[in-house]
Ligand binder design. Structure first.
Ligand code: BDR
Ligand code: CA
Length: 309
């Protein structure tokens, strides 16, 4: 039987890769897609998620919009320079008309999915983790219905939004702290330290583009993101951050993890959003994914996407 998952997302170019990966993977059944503010505003992330569902012919997957802003302090910055003004590298309008969201808040849809599922559900937040923090706060009794949270976010080393903070953590540090320091649900954190070690280069992108019309459209979406990587890092390759986290949910154990309590800097100073590895025993351990066979990760992602044609 395939494992039930929900992807919570802010598409986002690498989110688009991750959503299509989840939909392409027979090992999991995507019970819902929920959206959050992040790379661009919530209205756009929701429309983009709806377009990606339509693009994959999956209007059957429930979609709901969640948080439009962080829990406490306003969002400091979007990530348009990476993802384009529309969040999909300027290619959103080239995708089919979006599947409409249900009109119910994401937290309500998440609660429904958890209650209805015959097996515990894996949550895969790949944006600011606000919706999951709200879910745990509003429905603590549903925690046992969650198998695991696999979050793309954080960094034990350098950041990509400030010197120390990764984007998803930086967007809502209070939410990240809430989720990473609770011990009701196991958390796997897939940080930048690992995702930046999985760059998809020209051969990977060309193979994707050649796989069929759906994959070719995804390769088009990646074009602007690829240019941003070239400009920022001087490399012709893109980090498919969010897809690495989804792959771990699809094939548990693909990433090698180290248990480590993690605290999030929530002050308003220069360290805001830093995810800090803490001494053993100082809090519940988060499984931090710091290692993997990175060639195999990229090959697995590509192999699954190809099935979409
Ligand atoms: C994360 O930030 C976003 O821009 C990406 O979609 C990814 O979730 C990487 O830091
Ligand atoms: Ca994302």
């Amino acid at each position: 039987m395939s494992r039930p998952i929900v992807v919570d997302t802010d598409p986002g170019v690498d989110d688009a890769v991750a959503i299509m990966l989840a939909l392409a993977s027979p090992e999991v059944e995507v019970r819902a897609i929920t959206t959050v503010f992040g790379n661009v505003a919530l209205e756009s992330t929701t429309t983009n998620a709806g377009r990606l569902l339509a693009h994959c012919g999956r209007a059957d997957v429930p979609l709901a919009a969640g948080a439009a802003r962080p829990l406490v302090h306003p969002q400091r910055e979007l990530a348009r320079e990476w993802h384009g003004d529309d969040g999909l590298g300027g290619r959103a309008a080239a995708l089919p008309d979006p599947v409409a969201p249900s009109g119910r808040p994401a937290v309500e849809l998440l609660a429904d999915v958890l209650r209805a599922s015959e097996a515990p559900v894996t949550l895969v937040p790949i944006g600011p983790i606000t919706n999951v923090a709200l879910l745990l706060a509003v429905y603590p009794e549903l925690a046992p219905r969650i198998e695991r949270i696999v979050w793309m976010g954080g960094s034990l080393g350098a950041g990509n939004t400030s010197g120390v903070a990764e984007f998803n953590a930086h967007c809502d540090p209070e939410a990240a702290h809430r989720v990473l320091t609770q011990d009701d649900v196991p958390v796997t954190m897939v940080p930048l330290d690992l995702t930046l070690r999985c760059p998809a280069g020209p051969e990977w992108i060309d193979a994707l583009a050649a796989a069929g019309p759906r994959c070719a459209a995804l390769a088009e979406v990646i074009t602007h993101y690829r240019a941003a990587f070239r400009e920022r890092y001087g490399i012709d390759a893109v980090a498919v951050h969010d897809a690495v986290a989804v792959l771990e949910a699809v094939l548990p154990g693909t990433l090698r993890t180290t248990p480590r309590p993690v605290s999030v800097a929530c002050d308003l100073g220069p360290a805001r959003g830093a995810t800090v590895g803490m001494p053993e025993g100082s809090g519940p351990p988060v499984q931090v994914a710091l290692d993997a066979d990175t060639d195999a990760v990229l090959a697995e992602i590509l192999e699954r996407l190809r099935r979409l044609g």
